[in-house]
Write a protein that binds this ligand. Structure first.
Ligand SMILES: [Zn+2]
Length: 128
């Protein structure tokens, strides 16, 4: 199994654990860190809608907890034609990934498209 296959399977499994009773739109994400760890996240909705957390945001939180701060590659899995990260998550990914990092977007059957972080978020916000 390649690393990319492992990321896809990890994201797909994470998606199964998503808490999405309101939208019924489950998403899973898997991050490969530069340190070689594979870290998963799933979306967690809330009755107060904006308080929910996207799969990518959950994975980033878990990555930080695991002591990693650099993203090497990302896979996002959702049951949609093109489940790209939302605008907020693009900025969250940029915080920990350089513009060349690949973000693979998958449906339940496999990866459908691959973007770089810079393609997903041109002219992203930078404080420094
Ligand atoms: Zn998001």
């Amino acid at each position: 199994m390649t690393t990319l296959d492992q990321l896809f399977e990890t994201a797909k499994s994470a998606r199964e654990r998503a808490y999405a009773p309101y939208s019924d739109f489950k998403v899973g994400a898997a991050i490969l860190t530069k340190g070689g760890k594979v870290i998963a996240g799933c979306n967690v909705e809330n009755a107060a809608y904006p308080e929910g957390v996207c799969a990518e945001g959950g994975a980033i939180s878990a990555m930080i907890l695991a002591g990693e701060t650099e993203i090497a590659e990302v896979v996002v899995v959702g049951d949609a034609a093109l489940c790209t990260p939302c605008g907020g998550c693009r900025q969250k990914l940029k915080e920990f990934a350089d513009g060349t990092v690949k973000v693979h977007v998958a449906d339940l059957f496999g990866i459908r498209r691959t973007f770089s972080v810079a393609e997903l978020l041109p002219a992203g916000f930078e404080l420094k």
